[in-house]
Design a protein around this ligand. Structure first.
Ligand code: ADP
Length: 482
């Protein structure tokens, strides 16, 4: 069991603390903004709003200047907005006025201030006057706002001056201060509780996953990964469950592989050792016996080297380090050539190969590797075909988009539940383990090569009737002819 250590020296804060800190920071920012805007800048804010509001109303009124509704609009604007309005002509002579402060405003208290404001408008580049002036009579700040009026030709035809009261914000500020204080007292505990809840909600499932992941790292594949809290954590849990399943499969396969390899290697090695000892102790001086024993040793050495080379080939195919050397070949010709070779030794080996070809068919493949596939399947068919008739069939069936190659035997067939496993590495059926020499890697190599080519493959088998292994090679299409 692998042990591992986690390095926490980075000093990272836990999710719980981080969320809590973020919440607290947010609350602090909210308070700072509330206090500065509502309390410190309240007056400036109010004045800005007032200027903007008066400006808007003046604008509206100015647009109806020289129209019939102007008189009505003037009274309306003064009443609704609680401000005095003075309309002057170009020379500064009073044309209209409306006072809502019973003559106490800065324009109508007889102080002659209107003249100064008029002069100010004349001197200002944009013709606008906007400022705060203290009114002793009313004991209040007043906002003076004025601007020129234009005729239809865009020429200055007069001036409008307004005087609105700026209400002291002291009382309002006090109210705001108290409200802000109450909100502060309510928000701090609410923030602490909420942040604690959010942190708990997020960190608990993550902590649970960490505990399970630690168990998995220690080789416990029963560890359960449950999500909760949020979609991301659910997804992480699913991914970990998937990883756990895959790891357990790999682990199982690795164990099987080691068991199989060591078993398959131990058998020939034991045999070789036993026969070598026999030669040393018993048959050393008996040439006939010695010959026999040496042949066993040679056979076992062959078997061992076959196993090792199969293992190496398979790992090369599976790792993707082996590249296909594709060429255009006539599969019909290839099959004929292989069949001829097998027929040549069939008598000696005691089997019958029946080959049924078809018209020439061109495919693009790695010829050497496809030959290996056919030979592996033929060798299996020969090994597992019925002991009575010992027949093996090799067929080529041309189809419009592919050529199907079938290798059939008349043996015992393969049980349905085993069919899925025969292409697995090191799988050898129990009843074949002893009687037939093999590595259990032949079909895995077949599968790897066919997969590299992207060909379909499979096996049809019926118990007692034999099996047919097949694959379909896609037709060669000349790009230039297309
Ligand atoms: P082996 O070296 O054992 O033949 P393979 O990978 O070629 O390894 O085959 C795996 C197993 O599949 C064999 O052990 C055998 O049980 C089964 N098998 C393969 N071909 C046939 C066949 N034609 N008929 C019945 N069983 C077969």
């Amino acid at each position: 069991m692998r042990k591992y250590k986690i390095d926490h020296s980075g000093g990272n804060l836990t999710i719980r603390v981080k969320i809590w800190l973020f919440f607290m920071m947010l609350i602090c920012i909210v308070f700072i903004l509330m206090w500065t805007f509502q309390v410190v800048f309240l007056e400036q804010f109010y004045e800005m709003m007032k200027v903007a509001s008066v400006g808007r109303n003046v604008e509206k009124l100015a647009s109806s200047y020289n129209t019939e509704q102007f008189d009505e609009n003037l009274i309306d604007a003064a009443m609704k907005n609680d401000m005095c309005i003075e309309i002057l002509d170009k020379d500064g002579t009073e044309k209209y006025y409306q006072c809502v402060f019973s003559g106490n405003c800065l324009m109508h208290n007889g102080s002659g201030d209107v003249y100064f404001f008029y002069m100010e408008m004349l001197h200002n580049e944009d013709g606008i006057v906007s400022r705060k002036v203290y009114n002793d009579t009313m004991q209040s700040d007043m906002l003076i706002y004025g601007r020129p009026l234009y005729d239809e030709h865009g020429e200055i035809s007069g001036y409008i001056l307004t005087n609105a009261r700026l209400v002291p914000v002291q009382a309002t500020r006090q109210i705001f201060q108290q409200i802000t204080m109450i909100i502060t007292f309510l928000l701090v505990p609410a923030g602490i509780v909420l942040s604690a809840y959010a942190a708990e909600n997020l960190s608990t499932p993550i902590n649970r996953l960490t505990v399970s992941a630690r168990r998995l790292a220690q080789g416990d594949y029963t560890a359960q990964f449950t999500g909760g809290g949020c979609a991301e954590v659910d997804e992480l849990a699913d991914t970990l469950t998937y990883a756990s399943k895959e790891l357990s499969k790999t682990d199982e396969m690795q164990r099987d592989l080691i068991a199989n390899v060591s078993h398959d290697m131990r058998t020939p090695l034991t045999m070789m050792k036993a026969y070598a000892e026999m030669i040393r102790d018993l048959s050393g001086n008996n040439p006939v016996k010695r010959e026999q024993h040496l042949n066993v040793i040679i056979d076992e050495a062959d078997r061992l080297s076959m196993l090792v080379s199969d293992m190496l080939d398979l790992s090369k195919f599976e790792s993707g380090t082996q590249k296909l050397e594709q060429e255009r070949i006539d599969i019909s010709e290839k099959l004929r050539e292989i069949a001829r070779r097998y027929e040549g030794i069939s008598e000696k080996m005691g089997y019958h190969l029946y080959f049924t070809g078809d018209a020439p068919y061109y495919i693009c493949c790695d010829s050497g590797k496809i030959e290996r596939v056919i030979c592996n399947l033929l060798n299996n068919a020969i090994n597992y075909t019925s002991k009575e008739d010992r027949s093996v069939y090799l067929r080529q069936i041309n189809r419009p988009d592919c050529v199907r190659i079938e290798i059939t035997d008349t043996g015992d067939g393969i049980e349905e539940d085993k069919i899925k496993r025969i292409f697995d590495k090191y799988y050898r059926s129990e009843n074949h383990k002893r009687e037939v020499v093999g590595t259990g890697l032949g079909l895995s190599i077949v599968k790897a090569i066919l997969k590299m080519h992207g060909y379909n493959y499979g096996v049809n088998s019926k118990l007692g009737e034999g099996s047919t292994f097949w694959f379909e090679a896609t037709a060669f299409i000349n790009e230039e002819e297309k």
